[in-house]
Ligand binder design. Structure first.
Ligand SMILES: Cc1ncc(COP(=O)(O)O)c(C=O)c1O
Length: 427
């Protein structure tokens, strides 16, 4: 008789992150065994998933006609999300410079530009969009030759004085935003620190004109982590961007690119709807259609979409204790390694590695080992029975975790390993 598993297949399963006989396996390897052998906390990255995600996005653009009836969309990876050498090498290997399939880089600091150049990207494949740049930053950026999107009228003035005649982009704030929650919207009616609002666009163009700067790009990053139900809000952002881009063209600028930023989210719970890349691409096509018909190209710069679900963070359960009616599950890792909830208020799924598909029949709060009350990973969260000594995996740990790790409380940044999937052995 075939084995019948009474447990429900977890929603997050995919090739490379699977349940084998009830146990969590990553790239075909038993997750708990990795943790016992290598110690915890430990990041484990499925490098194949990174490449797969980049290709899924590319396929979505192709399904919407980019690279067929329209010029290919330009995809640049937001380096701030993950700068692990194995991840960068895999992205670089997708296609060589100049190939329309190649994944470029979005950088936000001089250090990121220098890292991308050292990792094999050409200056022409790197787009820089930073904020509150100092003159020292400009001294490092301008000689590299990378394209700069400037996000303040004062930046246009300072770049113009130093490098007249250069081609630049303008980061716009369309007065609308979109994010996983309000705090993750980076543009909107309530003034945010990013970009040039419509009421100062003419002034920015005039300053650019005074310094013979050529505005060839408009850029927007409206926020992060948004999901399929926020697609209409993203479309509303693009409507405003289209209007502002038309104003830029109307002023005589030879606009060649609209960069729609990053921000596509990755579900953290069964009920969170994933953004289908083809829907994203066709929404972009429709909202920017008049610009595309005028020969303007679309670019985007996703971070989380490419890397977030490619890594897990393994940790040991060191405490299970009831306090005032709440069961606290304490881990040997803290927000200094996994800031998803602490900083961004992103949810994360936690999986008990020995019982990865067990029914989630109790409610707990999961906390870390940093001496701060806010050092939590999940509150009032349904988990299976969990015991001290268990190994748990925090999913969606591939973006903005290792990169933001710190030595807070002298708890060390966790090491990481990078795996590729095992080829299927012939039966
Ligand atoms: C300008 C810019 N581009 C791209 C990104 C990448 O965002 P995400 O990882 O949400 O795709 C960010 C993130 O903050 C950003 O600020």
């Amino acid at each position: 008789m075939p084995h019948v598993d009474r447990a429900v297949s977890p929603w997050w399963q995919r090739p490379g992150l699977e349940v084998h006989a009830g146990r969590l396996a990553v790239c075909g390897q038993d997750a708990e065994t990795l943790a016992r052998r290598l110690g915890t906390p430990l990041f484990v990255t499925d490098v194949d998933r990174v490449v797969e995600n980049a290709r899924r996005l590319r396929a979505g653009f192709r399904a919407a006609g980019f690279g067929l009836t329209l010029p290919p969309a330009i995809v640049r990876f937001a380096l701030k999300a993950n700068r692990q050498p194995a991840v960068l090498a895999a992205l670089r290997r997708i296609a060589p410079p100049g190939d329309p399939e190649a994944v470029g880089i979005d950088a936000c600091s001089p250090g990121e530009v220098e890292l991308a150049l050292a990792a094999g990207w050409r200056a022409g494949e790197i787009s820089f969009t930073g904020t509150n740049l100092s003159d020292r930053d400009l001294d490092r950026l301008l000689p590299t030759g990378v394209h700069l999107n400037l996000d303040a009228v004062s930046q246009v003035e300072r770049v113009g004085r130093r490098a007249p005649g250069r081609s630049i982009g303008l980061r716009l704030n369309p007065g609308r935003g979109v994010g996983y929650h309000e705090g993750l919207a980076y543009s909107g009616e309530r003034p945010t620190k990013f970009g040039i609002y419509a009421d100062r666009l003419d002034e920015a163009l005039a300053v650019a004109g005074r310094h013979d700067l050529v505005v060839d790009t408009v850029h927007v990053h409206a926020g992060s982590g948004w999901l399929a139900d926020a697609l209409p809000a993203f479309e509303a952002v693009l409507d405003r961007v289209r209007t502002m881009a038309e104003q830029v063209r109307g002023a005589g600028a030879p606009l060649g690119e609209v960069n729609v930023g990053g921000g596509i989210g990755v579900p953290a719970r069964a009920e969170e709807p994933p953004v289908e890349p083809a829907d994203y691409a066709s929404a972009t096509r429709e909202r920017l259609r008049p610009l595309l018909e005028a020969g303007v190209r679309v670019a985007c710069e996703p971070g989380d979409f490419v890397v977030k679900d490619a890594a897990i963070l393994l940790a040991e359960v060191v405490t299970v204790e009831e306090r005032g009616g709440t069961t606290f599950v304490g881990l040997d890792v803290g927000w200094n390694n996994d800031c998803a909830y602490f900083i961004y208020r992103f949810a994360q799924e936690l999986v008990v590695c020995r019982a990865a598909d067990a029914p989630r029949d109790r409610v707990v709060t999961v906390a870390g080992h940093i001496n701060e009350a806010g050092d939590l990973f999940a509150e009032d969260y349904a988990m299976p029975e969990v015991r001290e000594g268990d190994i748990v995996a925090l999913l969606n740990a591939g973006g903005y975790h290792q990169e933001e790790a710190s030595w807070h409380c002298l708890r060390a940044p966790a090491p990481g390993i990078h795996l590729v999937r095992q080829p299927e052995l012939p039966a």
